[in-house]
Design a binder for this molecule. Structure first.
Ligand SMILES: Cc1cc2nc3c(=O)[nH]c(=O)nc-3n(C[C@H](O)[C@H](O)[C@H](O)COP(=O)(O)OP(=O)(O)OC[C@H]3O[C@@H](n4cnc5c(N)ncnc54)[C@H](O)[C@@H]3O)c2cc1C
Length: 417
């Protein structure tokens, strides 16, 4: 289908189903919502309402043919090109779309992994359902003893006829409490080197033996969880990739994770710079040299990050897998968040910490307190720098946890001064 005709159809669909977005020009300091958060820190009731409206919108969009534009037709996609997807996104950006953040992990990371490594039965069963929002997916990788060093994970899966039995504990699982399926990486052969004895599976989050416990974070919310597996049975058709090839499966998901996180810009309906400029003017700081410098620095860094994202997205749209350059996007995101936090803290001072009831002041604390989590989620700053150093700049490999360090060979008392 021609892009012009497709765009016209998209516009008619959106006109009939959503309100147009107010433009930045209409933004007035003190009017509308001042809610600013990094993670969705909602009560369980508010979160349930958000999940319901997110699913309702995505279902409607899917049924109209705009839910999975580039997806293969055999699994429910529209089979169109990346240019159609880009065109739809440009039109949709002008409308008030219900918050879609609950799909970031499932559609940004788990679904691409199912498409790449899933069995024919799993593709059939899950892809359409995920893209239509009948089910939501989560990522079950991290464990109490395995985060950056993911290959050290201990959750085990043992074969039992046509099934696998999973036992162990995962942690920091975002959205597990509203998810229907999860992608879990398990140890299937402890006798092999740690990267080689792993296998990926899909697991039904409502299966007997799955226990989900919320973890409260410093923002006050509980958007992630501990997940316990107590002899959870999984059919072999839920296996992702070959037995003991789970490391490659995990890498597929992680590459997509950095892409999904790196392109997020925050700021909601009104762009962040519009909001920041309005705040600075409201507090009559537009002629303050330090504030001007901070605002300009933030703007420049946002622009540079956008260009880098665009470069990476163009590569992906040309059919290439997201590469280590997405680690740059992730690092840029957290660095820019830090610049933003410094500026907000400088302008608001104590109003950021004590709720005076004044619009647009204390409300920022959710974003500021949530930001440190982004330095860790999806690969910590240090791990990202190692990736960029080694795979983008071609520097020598950092000594890792398993490296044979020359220092380990030193024996105390044998050194000559
Ligand atoms: C908001 C949020 C959401 C998350 N959501 C999920 C999720 O949905 N699913 C999931 O599976 N996990 C999730 N995680 C977990 C996340 O992936 C891990 O926290 C992350 O990989 C770091 O692991 P860790 O916490 O065990 O820290 P560790 O790996 O123990 O790291 C501790 C410190 O050591 C540093 N370090 C570690 N290795 C190196 C190295 N080689 N070189 C230099 N420094 C190093 C780190 O940078 C860090 O400062 C989430 C985390 C956060 C904060």
């Amino acid at each position: 289908m021609e892009i012009t005709e497709f765009t016209q159809q998209a516009k008619s669909f959106l006109d009939a189903n959503l309100e147009p977005k107010e433009t930045d020009k209409k933004f007035v300091w003190g009017e509308g919502s001042d809610n600013m958060s990094m993670f969705e820190e909602k009560s369980r009731e508010a979160e349930e309402a958000m999940v319901a409206s997110a699913k309702a919108w995505r279902g409607k969009k899917f049924d109209a043919g705009f839910g999975w534009i580039t997806g293969p037709r055999e699994f429910g996609g529209a089979g169109l090109t990346a240019s159609h997807e880009k065109a739809y996104a440009a039109v949709e950006a002008n409308y008030k779309v219900p918050n879609q953040s609950i799909f970031t992990i499932g559609l940004g990371m788990v679904a691409p992994t199912i498409l790449a490594h899933g069995s024919p039965q799993a593709k059939e069963k899950f892809l359409r359902a995920m893209w239509r929002a009948d089910i939501v997916g989560c990522q079950l990788f991290s464990e109490p003893g395995a985060g950056s060093d993911l290959a050290s994970l201990q959750t085990k899966a043992e074969r039992d006829g046509d099934e696998w039995v999973i036992t162990g504990q995962k942690v920091w699982t975002s959205g597990a409490h509203y998810s229907d399926i999860g992608e879990v990486i398990c140890r299937t052969d402890p006798s092999l080197p740690k990267h080689k004895g792993l296998t990926g599976f899909l697991v039904d989050m409502n299966a007997p033996g799955v226990e989900i416990r919320p973890l409260r974070q410093m923002t006050g919310g509980a958007s992630f969880n501990e997940v316990f597996f107590n002899e959870v049975h999984v059919p072999d058709s839920y296996r992702l990739g070959d037995v003991n090839s789970g490391w490659g499966v995990a890498l597929t998901t992680l590459m997509n994770e950095r892409a999904a996180i790196g392109v997020g810009s925050g700021g909601g309906e009104v762009s962040m710079m519009t909001r920041i400029s309005a705040m600075v003017r409201h507090f009559e700081l537009e002629n303050d040299a330090l504030v001007r410098d901070m605002v300009a620095n933030l703007y420049i860094n946002y622009r540079v990050a956008n260009f880098n994202n665009k470069r990476a997205m163009d590569k992906m749209k040309a059919g290439q897998t997201p590469g280590p350059e997405m680690s740059i996007s992730k690092m840029a995101l957290v660095n820019n968040q830090q610049l933003l936090n410094d500026l907000i803290s400088h302008v608001l001072g104590a109003k950021l910490q004590a709720d005076t009831g004044e619009w647009g002041t204390y409300a920022w604390h959710q974003l500021v307190l949530g930001a440190p989590g982004m330095r860790i989620a999806g690969g910590s700053d240090e791990v990202m720098r190692n990736i960029v150093g080694e795979r983008v700049l071609g520097l020598q490999k950092e000594p890792g946890i398993d490296s044979k360090s020359p220092f380990r060979e030193l024996k105390v008392g044998t050194q000559k001064n």
